[in-house]
Write a protein that binds this ligand. Structure first.
Ligand code: ZN
Ligand code: ZN
Length: 267
């Protein structure tokens, strides 16, 4: 995927509101929330609220739903559970399901660590961590990578009304309880973006871990990333077997709590 200059990125801020419009405000508010936590002005229950929010938004939303369920068809769930999981992913602010999955399937997996890979560290660390998100015009994505999802009316609904769903959800929860919103929804969404950034960058740098599968990309499994991104740390296992919803278990230490949640849902 073509590298974009800083001038084009700034131009995108005004002409292409997609991720600028969600990530910038959520990140700024996220840093402010972090400041409240560090200066002990957060309520005593913030940690419990954040862990619960992280389980819903990062683990059930981005990791289980956008990634393992919709991108790779690794398992199936009932329609109400699917809708709830898409909502958890959508409120993270990382983009509509169609956008996220077209990029992931059509560009990241098809061209891992090649020029067309939108977030490979071969284009630079900060590019792969976060800057890539602001460089990709939605119109440039090829819809043939998401033909199956374009037939799913729930996914199309979340895609079409993405920004309305995102902001109305955040506004409603904030209106009910500002603190509850801050620590159970906004702050977990902020952490989720950084978890994903750690995955797209560190997990594709060869010396950050080991390979269990011989893949043509630089993906690795990283023990030291586990405390930060849990089962997503076993990223080479995922590239080796993309359709397998369990990223762990190839080695005894490879624990994947997101898969445990998927297992529980399926029970
Ligand atoms: Zn994947
Ligand atoms: Zn990858």
């Amino acid at each position: 995927m073509e590298q974009t200059s800083i001038t084009t990125m700034i131009k995108n801020l005004f002409t292409q509101p997609n991720l600028w419009g969600s990530i910038l405000p959520l990140q700024l508010l996220g840093f402010w929330t972090l400041y409240n936590i560090v200066t002990s002005t957060a309520p005593g229950w913030w940690a419990i609220a954040t862990v619960c929010g992280y389980i819903c938004i990062m683990m059930l939303g981005i990791s289980a739903c956008y990634h393992r369920l919709l991108s790779h068809k690794g398992f199936t769930v009932s329609r109400p559970v699917k809708i709830l999981m898409i909502w958890f992913a959508a409120i993270s602010g990382q983009g509509s399901p169609i956008w996220w999955i077209a990029l992931h399937r059509g560009y990241h997996h098809r061209h891992s660590d090649k020029d067309e890979d939108p977030h490979s560290p071969i284009h630079g660390f900060w590019h792969s961590y976060i800057l890539w998100m602001f460089k990709i015009p939605t119109k440039d994505l090829n819809p043939r990578y998401v033909v199956d999802l374009l037939r799913d009316k729930d996914v199309v609904f979340f895609h079409t009304h993405y920004y309305k769903i995102l902001w109305i959800s955040h506004a409603l929860v904030a209106f009910i309880s500002f603190d509850f919103w801050l620590y159970s929804m906004l702050f977990p969404a902020f952490i989720t973006l950084h978890s994903y950034g750690i995955q797209t960058s560190f997990n594709h740098i060869k010396f950050m871990g080991y390979k269990t599968y011989t893949t043509s990309d630089n993906s690795v499994n990283s023990v030291w990333l586990w405390p930060f991104i849990l089962g997503e740390a076993w990223h080479n296992n995922h590239h080796g077997q993309p359709g397998n919803p369990n990223y762990g278990n190839r080695k005894w230490w490879e624990l994947d709590p997101t898969y445990w949640l998927i297992w529980l849902i399926k029970k």
